[in-house]
Design a protein around this ligand. Sequence first.
Ligand SMILES: Nc1nc2c(ncn2[C@@H]2O[C@H](COP(=O)(O)OP(=O)(O)OP(=O)(O)O)[C@@H](O)[C@H]2O)c(=O)[nH]1
Ligand SMILES: [Mg+2]
Length: 1026
Amino acid sequence: MADSDTRSIRNICILAHVDHGKTTLADHLIASSGGGLLHPKLAGRLRFMDYLDEEQRRAITMKSSSIALRYRDYSVNLIDSPGHMDFCSEVSTAARLSDGALVLVDAVEGVHIQTHAVLRQAWIEKLTPCLVLNKIDRLISELRLSPMEAYTRLLRIVHEVNGIVSAYKSEKYLSEVDSILAGPSGELDDESYEFVEDDEEDTFQPQKGNVAFVCALDGWGFTVHDFAEFYASKLGASAAALQKALWGPRYYNAKSKMIVGQKGVSSGSKARPMFVQFVLEPLWQVYQGALETDGGKEMLEKVIKSFNLSVLPRELQNKDPKVVLQAVMSRWLPLSEAVLSMVVKCMPDPTAAQTFRIPRLLPKREVLDNGVDSNVLAEAELVRTSVEACDSRPEAPCVAFVSKMFAVPMKMLPQRGPQGEVLNNWIDESEDGESDECFLAFARIFSGVLYSGQKIFVLSALYDPSKGESMQKHVQEATLQSVYVMMGQGLKYVASARAGNVVAIRGLGHHILKSATLSSTKNCWPFSSMAFQVAPTLRVAIEPTDPADVTALMKGLKLLNRADPFVEVTVSSKGEHVLAAAGEVHLERCIKDLKERFARVSLEVSPPLVTYKETIEGEEWNTLENLKSLAESSDYVKKTTPNLRCDVKVRVMTLPPSLTKLLDESSDLLGDIIGGRAGHTNKKLETRISGSMEDENAIETSGKRLMDAVESDILSRDENDEDRAEKLKRKWIKLLKRIWSLGPQQIGPNILFTPSSEGRDTEKSVLIRGSSHVSEKLGFVDDSGHCDTVHKPSSESAQALYFEAERLGSSVVSGFQLATAAGPLCDEPMWGLAFIVEASITPAHSDESEASQSQSEQYDIFPGQVMTAVKDACRAAVLQKKPRLVEAMYFCELNTSTEYLGPMYAVLARRRARVLKEEMQEGSALFTVHAHVPVSESFGFADELRRWTSGAASALLVLSHWEALPEDPFFVPRTEEEIEEFGDGSSVLPNTARKLIDNVRRRKGLPVEEKVVQHATKQRTLARKV
Ligand SMILES: Nc1nc2c(ncn2[C@@H]2O[C@H](COP(=O)(O)OP(=O)(O)OP(=O)(O)O)[C@@H](O)[C@H]2O)c(=O)[nH]1
Ligand SMILES: [Mg+2]
């Protein structure tokens, strides 16, 4: 094959929000160019790419899969992707392997959350996008818009999509995403319009031919180019000039036969933009003629005649006007022709694409170490150059990227090769020889030629060729068993495949868990990791119904983990197998796969494990007096160790909210800086570039960000009183110099401050001071010397006590860690709290018997006692200060038509949702509602919504933030008014917070205070009747 072959390849994916019609569009492309795989009659209804049973049953796509099409002289690898939020990881895997993206938008529903997400994905992966506005038919027959109204709507969507892309271009996208998630102020439309004012040219311009208007269901579609060609001869203008005029405010002056701008039309005239006049109006006439007026076949016949369409008379006589309409329209404006010619024209071939995608795929690496073999680096550079050039010669280094592994049943593998030879399929690659599943790698070849039987290196994302032998564990050698071209579910065996192609590879099941780089040489950098939109959040514990099946379950989980790029399988501290999925639909499919394919045992699935946090009510951080009194006030909890040698006093208050949020979000980075959570930070290490320069920057910026967070909170509260705000700020700066530890796990959103150093030590008692070492690491204090200024006692016994106090510092920290890891309400981690622990120790009593003293020294139980005392005191302090439960919240976007608004609100109310914004979509009867829904209430939410609104409402959930429940879980009526309102408390039902707490406690096997006899009076009545 010559180089021209690479030039005639297009690798494209279809991306969109759920249900906007991706798979339906794919059907038509397959029917026309798939070599007879799909009969045109079935196109749009079969949903060929949704070949899994579960996908057909639910009518949504759940995985991305590829199919090789042939259009004219081009070979097009088409990847259909899912639009549901639960499967967004599959969008990442699809985008990595493609060069172009068809971004679909439903013309009725417009831009949605997932549209933003896929545009972002395409932008990150440097794909060339084309816009496809689908479901144009709904504008005519469902919304009954006039052509002019429809035009305004389409214009708006194109505008909006351009706005989103240009926001990414100007790198403002992060703040924009935040504003959507923030909800109430997220007036997205206005903002995105602003971005359009950018000097940059719009990405999507119908007059340039990269926007198609289609109806995937009926199989028709067009770009402006198609109409320009048609009218060119009629109007006597050049097609190129017409194409430019067929979008935007361009008008046709019939008298002068001129195309004029806005100024050229008199205000009173009924002039419509040319797009309306020449494109939409004829369409509307055909549709309305066919569907509405009885026997209105004239319009259709006119079209058939003027375009010389070959429609069979049999089709025209069909009783169903929709069928007739479809037959005519799909011949007049064939969908696949419109879309594929746009793809071929506007999207780059692999050679062109790889030259500009290379910075994203294989970023240039600076090797600092001089001791590296220059040959290695030279070869790595050579490999990079051949990827950049998409070198498809056999002698070029072979490089491919595997974006996911997927399992297919053994029986699906082709039995025969292209010449009819029998293929050796039965080399069993599964560990124990029992599995009927075969793992294939979904890969794109970026350079060289890949062939069956080839020996190749599998590089993990952490591999570094310059490090030589020490990198052994990140590189493996594998032999490729077979290479296949994918045809949806089917696989076609090929002996070899060249650069620029998308293939499935067998033989890597043991070597790759999720993704990897393949290379014929070890001297090659791994491709950069893919970007995922969210992390798996829904967790359940799984156990086999029959305990004897536990090995099968473990094996099944291992297979599942490999087959699904987005599942996380872990073992909890209690020894349960915990499965984390992206959402309910995803989870359900995972369980089904486990039961039916991978483990084949019956399973018990726990209710979702929702995590909560615990905090206290109040804004003490915001009042000067409280900050001051933190050291002195009598508002503390005191505990004494059993040997009476240590008194622990604990005070607690809340942290400013922004500080809490920041601590929580930057836990990975803080972990690196503080060096606390070794082992947990792997994820970060992968992407982190080591080197002292970066480290120092990171420290400086994270320190500064903490300060800024506090400051912004202070300013937001004390706008009017600058003096007070300034004082408060100074106080906080001082306080931040005293951070002893963060917790839980050394990096959580809770802070332990060192006790104020003013306390005096005496012969009889010494304070455990601790050190502000976290503040030092964050660069808030320069040296640790300030502790030494404390006057040290002189006598020998007092000095011994002093050293003991120093040693006991770590016990205080451990106590704090334990307390923040498990709060008093239901053993969930604490959230946003500041603790000050004053623990002072006294000398051992001299009258203690020698024996007991030597015993306690031998086992040294004192540090343990201090730790327990600190832990108990911290927990007690929280209980004393109005404890509150904190729960995770989803941001939820709902769409429904007006008549189902009532039932939808009813469902929202039952789910404790808080509505943020509701608005009617312009020009339609659709309502969009934004709300916050607690994660704990979200299970079964989508199903309930569907049931109550007869499927008319749809909802999408994205994890948003943590929020404290305002209710007091221990509420009992006390004041007179409360007693008047609630009675003496015997009939008060537990409030939501209490119910949630009790549920968690029950799950964890903690004691729950419950009344065994709920309604004693009722029981008495029963008894009397007997
Ligand atoms: N009226 C109308 N309906 C359409 C059109 N295109 C698709 N649909 C319908 O929209 C629904 C969703 O279509 P799919 O192709 O499954 O959507 P999808 O984007 O693949 O959905 P996911 O893969 O689940 O994200 C189906 O009921 C289609 O029949 C269209 O042009 N007009
Ligand atoms: Mg689909």
